[in-house]
Design a binder for this molecule. Sequence first.
Ligand code: ADP
Ligand code: MG
Ligand code: MG
Length: 201
Amino acid sequence: TGTMGKVDLKTLISATADTIAAHAEELTTLDQAIGDGDHGLNMKRGFEAVRGEAEAFAAKPLPEALKAIGTKLVMTVGGASGPLFGTLFMALGKEISTEPDQADLATAFGKAIEAVAARGKSHVGQKTMLDVLQPVHDALLQGKTGAEIADAADRAAGATVPMKALRGRASFLGDRSIGHMDAGARSTALLVRAVADTIER
Ligand code: ADP
Ligand code: MG
Ligand code: MG
């Protein structure tokens, strides 16, 4: 596993906020099919709030920055996904070193996923964001490139289509949740590609 170079947090923040803004309608449409149709707006509100304080976050060391971003996401995204994405970033901040290489990131990311699963009382196979986070963790552990990791995330989001939702609002639909992509899986894949593209550059 190689080193990742110096990550510019401000670039990372604007790349993630940009992709969420560009795909907000798509996320809303996905959430309309098997949820309550607010996922695009929830995510956009949260990531724009993070963008609004990018300067202050970027001035902090990476662990503190990630914890502060997670806290901001909990306060602004709302819904089920806010506390879960917030937990992901806060736990990542807790576990990561100041200048991580890919192996460090893989280890910290694994712990962060465990924190999300604990918070959501959920696990892989239930048609949620975890169904993208876990394959991304696997790809990180295998030392895959950013492009490969982003492709794995896209495939994993696509693989939620035939799944039956067992957590979150979509689970209320039972078998009728089958045949639609999970909105949180899609937004996770979008975030992964934005981060991978930024780090790889
Ligand atoms: P809400 O469902 O409260 O309106 P959002 O629409 O913002 O919240 O987010 C829904 C997404 O959150 C789902 O698509 C799913 O990926 C994720 N999610 C919901 N509940 C859980 C859970 N218990 N564990 C993991 N992810 C979950
Ligand atoms: Mg929703
Ligand atoms: Mg909602």
